[in-house]
Design a protein around this ligand. Structure first.
Ligand SMILES: Nc1ncnc2c1ncn2[C@@H]1O[C@H](COP(=O)(O)OP(=O)(O)OP(=O)(O)O)[C@@H](O)[C@H]1O
Ligand SMILES: [K+]
Ligand SMILES: [Mg+2]
Length: 695
């Protein structure tokens, strides 16, 4: 057993050793760029374009001006053929830039999906049948099937270990090279298709049908197959479309004013004006920003099942964390057995072992290991004949009902006390002293009782994962409250809470208490994140706005959550929150920038178009552009090139500092609002200097 204990625990949290394989891929790798350039052309199909009304309008403008290049007087008044052609070309490039941004964002996900698909290819399994085992392909495995996986073999389907114990290399999925231990019972029994058994063997019960495995879902997600607009995105989209409609009406009515003022406005000029005024910059980058946000989460080894969850992270107020397996490593092992009430260690050990005989949890098994280590024995035959009472989060006890009528129980001290008291048994006077000592050391005390007698306490030891305190401090700076929720006793909880540096804790909590806490916070209008690893955390993970399951946890937890952290690091929530905030900020910043830009472009184009008829307007011509034609073309060129210039920002996100939402908003309004107003004046002027040479 010693090899097992010295091995890395399943929740191998070690930020330093996290694999860089996935992150080292360059942001704009050559292949991805090439593919995106082609995909950008495919996206010209109206079927895709209608989803983005801003860019669809630009595409229509391109088609109309192209027509005017061929038949200049199609709509009566005619601008020169070359002019229509140039406008048409710029509009084409504008749409291509926007499509390229989206294709580039998608391309990075696709590349990742391809490498995952490699993992999935051609998996074989030894399926257990009534007569032995047969070799089957992973595609034929169904929920409930049992397979045996031996040393060196790859696990063919998602499932739970029901027998055996093995160290498993999960690097294909997590990028983490250190193998993790998986065993039946407890919170560390789930295994994932595509991972490899490096030593020993396990019997696995398959928990997902073909096409529904974790890997399948992951591939679908990174490929963006399931990507839908988030509520925030939809709201912004509506605003942008309304704005576009207003400008469309303004521009369509302009020719009538033109007629009144006795100026002819050419169709190409009107289209150029419209394209400059509508929010094309944000319209072109919106989808890329969303995709890139999801992608950034994936790069941190977190799989998010929805963009909505990533965004919700940006507004999280409270984070609820489970203690064991989340804040601590979770391999709670028997460290000592302390008798009470004058009993001997041997007597306590015997009953503790009888009560743990059939307990498959790491806690239960560690009791038997403790006996072996101390050369103590217990009555196995008697234990075999008893009826096992498995551990339940509700009762916080486990044990065995012996054939002679004796009931053996071990469990949380308060639960055992209640159980004994209900039978009229005494509470040993030295019990509280012993429990307190264990709890104050951060350990979990389990009381052992037979019928109405308490024999002593099992000291389960667990370790807080390193670096928790600093990380929780960071969350506090972001204005996020951390609450640890545990089924353990208040003293242990307090010790671990202090050691880890969480803001608050709730002890002796049952699954429904976690749920109630989340509902209460949500009732106050706060967004709540929950991290957990156990089946008993599943309801809370589902209820939370952001549910992050540890990859080391159970299938139930992973299915209920809307994110899975492949590194099983509860403080990863910091990165996800940062990415969520960054996503919201990036979208806000680029929207501000885009609209401020349009205002500035207005000042470039309007004076140019009307100056000849209304000389007073020359006062507005503060930019002193070369000519009306140059002004329109320069503004239009600026409008196009600003999209690719902002692609890196859209993909990487704006600079993020752990500040409160209000501070961030103010800072962004200043930088991107002001910047958005000034940039076009400089940009258009510079372009005009070049364009002017040719006119
Ligand atoms: N195998 C077991 N047999 C008996 N009692 C157990 C066993 N495992 C845990 N307990 C007791 O039940 C309590 C609740 O355990 P559980 O693992 O459900 O905690 P939890 O609610 O998930 O919280 P956390 O995981 O944060 O400690 C433990 O604190 C311990 O006292
Ligand atoms: K625009
Ligand atoms: Mg737990």
């Amino acid at each position: 057993m010693s090899t097992v204990q010295s091995m890395k625990t399943p929740s191998s949290y070690d930020s330093g050793s996290r694999s860089e394989i996935k992150k080292s891929k360059s942001m704009f790798g050559g292949d991805i760029v090439r593919q995106a350039s082609i995909d950008a052309l495919r996206k010209f199909h109206p079927k895709f374009m209608v989803k983005n009304p801003m860019m669809f309008l630009v595409e229509l403008g391109f088609v109309i001006t192209l027509l005017l290049t061929i038949v200049p007087d199609a709509f009566g008044s005619a601008a020169p053929r070359w002019y229509n052609g140039v406008v048409s070309l710029i509009l084409f490039v504008t749409v291509w830039f926007a499509n390229f941004a989206e294709a580039l964002a998608e391309g990075r996900g696709k590349a990742q999906a391809d490498s995952l698909k490699q993992t999935k290819k051609d998996l074989w399994a030894q399926k257990v049948t009534a007569t032995g085992t047969i070799r089957v392909s992973s595609a034929s495995l169904r929920k409930g099937d049992i397979i045996i996986v031996r040393e060196g073999e790859t696990i063919a389907g998602d499932g739970e270990v029901i027998e055996g114990l093995a160290s498993i290399d999960e690097s294909a999925i997590t990028g983490e090279s250190a193998p993790v231990l998986k065993e039946s019972g407890g919170d560390f029994c789930s295994v994932t298709a595509g991972t490899r058994v490096v030593s020993d063997w396990v019997k696995v019960r398959i928990t997902s049908d073909p096409g529904e495995s974790f890997l399948d879902r992951m591939i679908a997600l990174v490929e963006g197959a399931e990507r839908q607009k988030t509520p925030n995105e939809l709201a912004l989209h509506t605003v942008l479309v309304s704005l576009t409609l207003i400008f469309l009406i303004v521009v369509v009515t302009l020719p009538f004013f033109g007629k009144y003022l006795n100026i002819t406005l050419h169709t190409a000029e009107l289209i150029a004006l419209l394209v400059c005024l509508i929010p094309t910059t944000i319209g072109g980058l919106l989808s890329a920003i969303g995709i890139a946000g999801m992608d950034r989460v994936t790069r941190f080894n977190v799989i998010a099942t929805s963009g909505k969850a990533v965004e919700a992270c940006g507004d999280i107020h409270t984070i609820i964390l489970d203690k064991t397996g989340t804040i601590t490593y979770g391999n709670r092992l028997a460290n000592d057995l302390i008798p009470v009430n004058g009993n001997s260690v041997q007597t306590l050990a015997r009953w503790a072992a009888v009560g743990s005989h059939a307990d498959e949890t790491p806690e239960g098994r560690s009791v038997l290991e403790w006996l072996t280590k101390h050369s103590l024995s217990y009555d196995r035959e008697l234990s075999e004949q008893g009826e096992f009472v498995p551990f339940k989060a509700e009762t916080r006890m486990s044990g065995i009902d012996l054939p002679d009528g004796r009931l053996v129980r071990k469990g949380a001290v308060d639960a055992i006390k209640q159980w004994v008291a209900s039978k009229g048994g005494p509470i040993p006077s030295d019990l509280d002293g012993v429990t307190e000592k264990i709890a104050k050391a951060g350990g979990t005390p389990l009381a052992v009782a037979v019928d109405d007698q308490i024999y002593g306490v099992i000291y389960l030891k667990d370790t807080v994962k390193p670096g928790m305190r600093e990380r929780f401090e960071q969350l506090r700076k972001m204005g996020i409250r951390t609450v640890m929720c545990t089924g353990d006793n208040p003293l242990t909880a307090a010790t671990i809470a202090r050691e880890a540096g969480v803001d608050d804790f709730i002890a002796e909590s049952k699954p429904e208490d976690k749920l109630a806490l989340i509902r209460k916070e949500q009732g106050e209008g706060k967004l709540v994140a929950m991290t957990g690893d156990g089946t008993n955390d599943a309801p809370a993970l589902a209820q939370a706005d952001v549910g992050i399951a540890m990859n080391s946890g159970t299938t139930a937890a992973k299915e209920a959550a809307n994110m899975v952290d492949l590194d099983s690091d509860p403080t990863k929530v910091i990165e996800v929150v940062a990415i969520g905030k960054q996503l919201l900020m990036t979208r806000g910043a680029l929207t501000t920038f885009s609209i401020a830009n349009d205002v500035a472009k207005y000042f470039a184009i309007i004076p140019a178009l009307f100056m000849i008829a209304i000389p007073e307007l020359s006062a507005l011509n503060i930019m002193g552009l070369h000519s009306p034609m140059s002004a329109v073309l320069s503004a239009l060129i600026f409008n196009a090139v600003i999209i690719p210039l902002l692609i890196p920002l859209a993909m990487k996100g704006v600079a993020y500092k752990p500040l409160s939402s209000e501070q961030l908003l103010r800072r962004n309004m200043l930088i991107y609002g002001l910047g958005g107003l000034i940039a076009p004046f400089i940009g258009i002027k510079l372009i005009d200097l070049v364009v002017g040479v040719f006119l």
